[in-house]
Design a protein around this ligand. Sequence first.
Ligand code: HEC
Length: 178
Amino acid sequence: MSMRKLSFTATALALGLVASSALAEGPGLGVPISEADIAAWDITVFPSGANLPPGSGTAAQGAPIYAEKCALCHGINAEGGIAARLVGGEPLTTGIDVGKTIANFWASATTLFDFTRRQMPWQAPRTLTDDEAYALTAYVLALNGIIDEDEEMNAQSLPAVQMPNRDGFMPRFPELMP
Ligand code: HEC
């Protein structure tokens, strides 16, 4: 090996050492995130129902919340407006272009809870309480005839709801399915 190559290798090694010790120390910026900070964002509910929060709600409780916070976009009785219908839908078997809806497509009722709680209302996400999210989920499921009007949705009953298209999927992680 020539001297030039040797000195290059030595320099690279020295730089490498400096870089790794600098990395180990870190730049000294920020503060470690706390468990409480993480918990506020750890809201993913799995199809199986894992991570569902305490709380409950019925369709009757959901109806007035829907009228106040959802109907302006999703329409009266959830039949659609400037945003998607949340009720009904042609059977998917009638063609590839059929619109995918909660009733004809969604595989798990827990996803409806998760989506509603994390993303709706569109202009004010994360403002619903857990009870409101359960009640709205119950309301939409009951409107679709998937649960009875008076069935309470909670961390036990919601994962047990059988969605019409439950078996229309080949889940990548079957252990996460209800
Ligand atoms: C300002 C308008 C607006 C309001 C108010 C609103 N939504 Fe939505 N909603 C949307 C839009 C836009 C989408 C599509 C979002 C997307 O695809 O990411 C959507 C999608 C949805 C979906 C998924 C539908 C599907 O088939 O993909 C659900 C469920 C839903 N909203 C529930 C609610 C509920 C419950 C409320 C009341 C708490 C609500 N939304 C209030 C605009 C709204």
